[in-house]
Design a protein around this ligand. Structure first.
Ligand SMILES: [Zn+2]
Length: 95
C-alpha cells in the first residue's frame, strides 16, 4: 500500500465510527479524471450527506445523495458493512 493510500485509509478509518457508510467502496461506470473507476464514500461536508473520493488519487468526484446514503445506512443496519465494493449501474442515457 502506498503512503498516500495508507494515509487516506487511516483518515477514512477515523470517520467509520462517526458514519457507517464512510469508507465503503463504490464502483461507478463513470471514471475519475485519473482514469480510476473505484471511489470511497467520504465524510459529509456542509449540506452534503457524504462525498465521493477517488480510491486512487483521492480527488473529489461528487456527492452522495441523502436518498442513497439513507438506503446504504439502512442496509448496513440490517446486514452489516459490505465486504466487497458496491457496483452501481445506471441507464446508458445518464452517462
Ligand atoms: Zn482519481
Amino acid at each position: 500500500m502506498s503512503r498516500g493510500k495508507a494515509q487516506r485509509s487511516s483518515q477514512l478509518d477515523m470517520f467509520h465510527k462517526a458514519d457507517p457508510i464512510v469508507g465503503i467502496e463504490i464502483h461507478l461506470p463513470r471514471h475519475c479524471r485519473c482514469g480510476h473507476d473505484m471511489l470511497h464514500i467520504g465524510p459529509s461536508s456542509g449540506p452534503h450527506r457524504a462525498s465521493l473520493q477517488c480510491a486512487r488519487c483521492g480527488c473529489h468526484c461528487g456527492w452522495l445523495s441523502n436518498e442513497i446514503a439513507n438506503f446504504l445506512s439502512a442496509v448496513i443496519t440490517h446486514f452489516g458493512r459490505p465486504t466487497a465494493p458496491i457496483y452501481v449501474r445506471v441507464p446508458r442515457k445518464v452517462l
